[in-house]
Design a protein around this ligand. Structure first.
Ligand code: AMP
Length: 426
């Protein structure tokens, strides 16, 4: 199957050819004909499968064919909402690339930066708007954006939207777009909350599922090193020095951890940079550009900051920390081995992360091979699980009174630190 077989118009085919794309990826092959027929689409697929082109090509084609004869100011006809600035930039860039010969204009809005350049390009008129939820609502409120002419709506990375607490913003946005529209909904995972949200957005959708196993676990060569927490940085510099690694994305669970790894690698004369939510947008983009240009070969990122990273030739992904959510592992290793290319994913696993490793292996349905021959082996044994203590429900404050603690309050209040909601890594 080639793009020509999908009945894509010549101006888009020409742009795809320039990008070096010859064959559609499975999600493109399956989704593009559905979208040409103006059906709604529920796509279960993650970044790295080629889903951006799968939705942007039909939108560009529809707008191009509908608007050829139209003159005057452009209305925003397509809205793509995505959780992070990096992804928003990436998607807008795809629209620019694939739409190069169509005359269809796009712009991108996201928070954390001055809004003036964004409002200027909105004022000039665009057909396609790519946005993160907060800034979108803000600019609607200020009167810079009207969604009344939207014909195509894409909700991208819906599961991450929910993880990042954007659910209310999404609901507000949906209320502002016309009911008569084509809606596309993409998510890597489909937990019940996502299925419910998709029901609120889509009308009788066609479904396309690209299993993570097909796109990542099968293509990416994976291995795991058992190593103690304190030896992880030594192992990392050992691997970076020993193997000729072109470009590696290293995942850290926390922002603080990411900074620390950059510093420690610096001591070993290995140039690295970090991107995470505490860095300014300019600093993130600079780090990303240096990485893409090959000026730095090692980029340390937290999960959320890494969502939009798309570097064609990324040879390796290293999980410096294993994620406690197994789907995150699949997202991470999807950063390498993109669109048919093979990649290598290495994971470091300390004794406390062994349960995470088991969860990951269960999800991907395969055992990850253990590398035993390395200079920092960890022979720590996992503590056997203690039988769960019997819990006796008590009235709030009972425990404190019994213990002679006049402070009263309940168990949760006194042990607040254990009950804090978990902080996001970004
Ligand atoms: P996405 O899942 O949209 O983030 O795309 C992942 C990567 O695959 C991006 O680098 C795209 O440029 C690339 N890509 C998308 N479609 C194709 C294709 N048909 N052939 C080759 N590369 C592609």
């Amino acid at each position: 199957m080639t793009f020509k077989d999908l009945e894509i118009i010549e101006p888009i085919l020409r742009a795809l050819k320039e990008q070096g794309y010859t064959n559609p990826t499975p999600i493109q092959e399956q989704s593009i004909p559905i979208l040409f027929k103006k059906h709604d689409l529920l796509g279960c697929a993650q970044t790295g499968t080629g889903k951006t082109a799968a939705f942007s090509i039909p939108i560009l084609q529809h707008i191009y064919l509908d608007d050829r004869a139209k003159k005057g100011k452009r209305d925003i006809k397509a809205l793509i909402v995505t959780p992070t600035r990096e992804l928003a930039l990436q998607i807008a860039d795809s629209f620019t690339k694939y739409g190069k010969y169509t005359g269809v204009k796009n712009t991108v809005v996201f928070g954390g930066v001055n809004q003036n350049p964004q409002t200027s390009s909105l004022r000039a008129g665009v057909d396609v708007l790519v946005a993160t939820p907060g800034r979108l609502l803000d600019l609607i409120q200020q009167g810079f954006i009207s969604l009344s002419k939207i014909e195509y709506f894409v909700l991208d990375e819906a599961d991450h939207m929910l993880d990042m607490g954007f659910i209310h913003d999404i609901r507000k946005i949906i209320q502002k777009i016309p009911v008569k529209r084509q809606s596309l909904f993409f998510s890597a995972t489909m937990p019940p909350a996502i299925v419910k949200l998709s029901g609120a957005i889509l009308g009788n959708p066609k479904k396309v599922t690209i299993n993570p196993e097909q796109t990542t676990a099968e293509k990416v060569e994976q291995s795991v090193y058992f190593v103690s927490r304190k030896n992880k940085v030594k192992l990392l510099s050992h691997l970076l020095q020993k193997y000729d690694i072109d470009s590696v994305l290293v995942f850290s669970r926390t922002k603080h951890g990411a900074n620390k790894v950059v510093k420690l690698l610096g001591r070993a004369k290995i140039k690295a940079d970090a991107i995470h939510g505490n860095k300014s947008q300019a600093a993130r983009q600079k780090a990303l550009k240096n990485f893409k240009d090959g000026i730095i070969k090692v980029l340390i990122a937290t999960d959320i900051a890494a969502r939009g990273i798309d570097v064609e030739a990324m040879s390796h992904v290293i999980n410096y920390d294993l994620p406690n959510i197994p789907e995150t592992y699949v997202h991470r290793i999807g950063r390498t081995g993109r669109a048919g290319k093979s990649g290598i994913a290495i994971s470091f696993c300390d004794v406390e992360e062994r349960p995470y490793l088991r969860d990951i292996e269960k999800l991907i349905g395969q055992k990850i091979s253990i590398v035993e021959d390395h200079p920092y082996p960890d022979d720590a044994k996992e503590e056997p699980l203690k039988p769960a203590a019997k819990t006796v429900r008590q009235k709030p404050g009972t425990w404190a009174r019994k213990a002679g603690n006049k402070g009263g309050g309940n168990y949760a209040q006194r042990n607040r630190k254990y009950f804090k909601p978990k902080k996001k890594s970004d």
